[in-house]
Design a protein around this ligand. Sequence first.
Ligand code: PPE
Length: 311
Amino acid sequence: MQATDKIWLNGELVDWAEARIHVASHGLHYGTGVFEGIRCYATDRGPAVFRLLDHLERLRASARLLYMRLPYTVGELRRATHELLQANGLAECYIRPIAFYGYGELGVHTGSNPVDVAIISWPWGAYLSEEGQRSGIRVMVSSWRRVDANTIPHAAKATGVYLNSMLATHEARRCGYDEAIMLTDEGYVADGPGETVFAVRGGVISTPPLSTSILPGITRDTVLRLAADLGYPVVERPLIRSDLYLADEVFMTGTAAEVTPVRSVDDHELGAGPITLALQQAYWEVVRGRDRRYADWLDLVDVGAPAEAEA
Ligand code: PPE
């Protein structure tokens, strides 16, 4: 990862190398944290954070599900994000807010431990390679099941849940694939380790409903809206693995992954199809502010006047 100038930590901007926590922090031992992944894109009106408030609202919802009281409001976290982006001066970046039970007592109960909050930002390019974004990635159905609704609330973007994702990713890479898709205990398609799954058949776009063990993806929500606006029929319904094998197109979405075509699932060849590519293009237009209909989703960062305007 590329270091940047500053990190926002518990209310202050600190130097990247100084953003330290204690090794006895509760979150390190028990995965008791919540986080977000957000992207900021260059637009013709300067850097703009895509759906910042929606992400911060999800962070707050994740915290609630862990009985965690966030010491900052959504408004304060929004201002902190802006401050950080102004300090780091990046045109495009990935933003990672994280809140976790900190240093105080050890033992599974969170006790009176403080909640530490940090926001990190750094440049992060294509999540699943640029080639993957163009031509599609090769995916396998994982032998690891996605955490069940009664194991850990799947609507929480909680750090501990990512052990599940890590195992699925490791397995996929060991087997020579680019990425995994996890099923639920009942065998329905859930999420990728860091993505929502979509299938297209006969022009109809399907994705698992939120009651399946998936993260309520913000890119999922964006893509459902874009698909409807482009006139594609969309349905939220439970999918089984053969729905993926028999699909005309499969794609995965996420803040990091954006819209990534899937070119095979368990070696059933698919291909980067036209609907996927149309949605991918539409997504890029929207996040870079080139489609004014969705301007409300952009949170512009005030980085001062551009150099040529000052002359
Ligand atoms: N499911 C999972 C399990 C998930 O982690 C993500 C985001 C999504 C779906 C898509 O959610 P959204 O970004 O709101 O559309 N994964 C984040 C972290 C990836 C990582 O490797 O770290 C992300 O995309 O930022």
